[in-house]
Design a binder for this molecule. Structure first.
Ligand code: TRP
Length: 459
């Protein structure tokens, strides 16, 4: 399809997600996002892209130390949670300059009205109106354009599936809208972007917090994941709100968020056992103890790994740098293609009729451009509608012969005249004669892409 094929398996499902680096990860982040994403990445037919959305963090956090600390903590959390950086492409958004570059291209095709409808922006406006201040008070352009940067994150790697919280579904719809618009404007029958889909894990997406509302930093009801050690975990669990039934009294397990948190860690049989014990009067204190122990089984060894990583930030840095290299292996050639598509091209490829040149439009507005080379011989090129050169003819001493060859090619389709040579080249063969040399590609996948363009041009 596009250049992705050179570094990932074309038939695999590409799963991508990011976490904004503005806080310390808590149990809810782990259960709702990190753990399921890592599990998904272990499947053999998945290519996973996990990243730290640190440009997104700048939108809502103006405390540089907090951003720096959060990037480290979140990176260490992914790794301690079991992410295999050799399998997964694991990187920081800000290490891939192609992402903000794409974000700008997408910004230029996104209707302002679409962004006006974004929930996060609208909520801020509503708050301002309620406060009686000007509607855009304190709202920066980062917040306004947030969904476009997110679309760039996703479209850059042509992700099929994007695991996110329910609050992000609108952003995925917007990413699709924007992708479609770009494809329509610049694709000319070829889709640059696939349509991404949100994946919302219904059962785990919202872990309840200490007070029973969704566990979230903004409600101040979180259970810390690694920071503060087992002690902090214990102290948070002791604050879980329960009803006032004492030991010996039967408890309604399903209505208690303590039990819901337990369920997120326990095997079904273990959960059923605790449920029974609660119904038979287990005290809340004992239940909290059991919860702590159960979380500790899964998180204890990971916490050690986390502490070790946090003590060696240089190791994490190296992993992320390697991840950025992997990501850019995809992003750089893809961006090159997109630059071509929108018209940001090397000037020497811009075909324009000069004196002594004649231009003949063919196919989907592709064109043959004839010219005289440095030695005075007659040649012609076939260019796509976007001005990308597809092939260049051999030199002809006689301009009529060059013209006749060009004309003959116009009655052919690409498939009848293309002959592949090596992995990255091709020739144009007419009546057994090589009449032109195809442009050499960087890879066989890139050549496929060029040939697709040639087929359109010669239609
Ligand atoms: N907006 C996401 C959140 O707050 C984070 C994010 C940024 C993201 N870019 C993304 C998630 C791309 C998935 C894909 O949760």
């Amino acid at each position: 399809m596009n250049t992705l094929a050179t570094t990932t398996n074309a038939t695999n499902t590409r799963v991508l997600t990011g976490i904004t680096t503005s806080g310390t990860p808590h149990l809810g982040n782990y259960v709702g996002a990190i753990r399921p994403a890592i599990e998904a990445s272990q499947s053999h037919d998945v290519d996973a892209f996990f990243f730290l959305a640190d440009y997104h963090a700048l939108i809502k956090c103006e405390d540089p130390d907090r951003i720096a600390r959060s990037r480290l903590e979140i990176a260490a959390t992914w790794l301690a949670g079991g992410l295999d950086a050799n399998r997964v492409t694991f990187y920081r958004q800000s290490d891939v300059p192609e992402i903000p570059e794409l974000s700008w291209m997408l910004t230029c095709v996104t209707a302002k009205g679409l962004m006006n409808r974004a929930h996060a922006y609208k909520a801020s406006v509503d708050q301002n109106l309620a406060k009686g201040v000007e509607e855009d008070d304190g709202i920066n352009m980062g917040l306004f354009s947030y969904p476009i940067l997110m679309a760039a994150d996703i479209l850059m790697f042509n992700a099929h599936k994007v695991p996110v919280g329910r609050d992000q579904t609108q952003h995925l719809e917007m990413a699709r809208d924007i992708a479609q618009r770009f494809n329509h404007l610049f694709g000319r029958g070829h889709d640059f972007f696939v349509m991404p889909e949100a994946v919302i894990a219904e059962d785990v997406a919202t872990l309840p917090g200490l007070d029973g509302r969704k566990m979230s930093k903004s409600y101040n009801n979180t259970v810390p994941l690694f920071e503060g050690g087992a002690k902090a975990l214990k102290s948070a669990v002791s604050k879980i709100v329960t009803d006032s039934r004492g030991p010996g009294e039967p408890k309604d397990a399903d209505a208690s968020h303590l039990y819901l948190i337990y369920k997120a860690f326990a095997k079904p049989a273990e959960a059923a056992a605790l449920r029974e014990e609660l119904i038979h009067g287990m005290g809340w204190g004992d239940a909290k103890q059991r919860l702590c122990e159960r979380i500790e089984v899964e998180m204890g060894p990971r916490r050690e790994h986390y502490a070790d990583l946090m003590a060696h930030p240089d190791r994490i840095e190296e992993i992320l740098q390697e991840g950025a290299r992997k990501a850019r292996k995809i992003a750089t050639p893809f961006m090159k293609e997109l630059r071509q598509a929108v018209g940001l091209r090397t000037l020497s490829t811009v075909a324009q009729p000069k004196s002594g040149q004649s231009v003949k439009a063919v196919g989907k507005s592709a064109r043959y451009v004839s010219f005289r080379d440095d030695s005075g011989q007659f040649r012609f090129r076939l260019m796509t509608a976007e001005g990308v050169e597809l092939f260049c003819s051999v030199p002809f001493a006689d301009p009529k012969q060059a013209g006749a060859t060009m004309k003959a090619l116009q009655t052919q389709t690409a498939d009848t005249v293309v002959a592949l040579t090596g992995d990255t080249e091709f020739e144009i063969v007419l009546d057994g004669q090589v009449v032109a040399a195809g442009v050499t590609s960087e890879s066989s996948a890139a050549r496929e892409h060029l040939l697709a363009a040639l087929r359109i041009a010669m239609q």
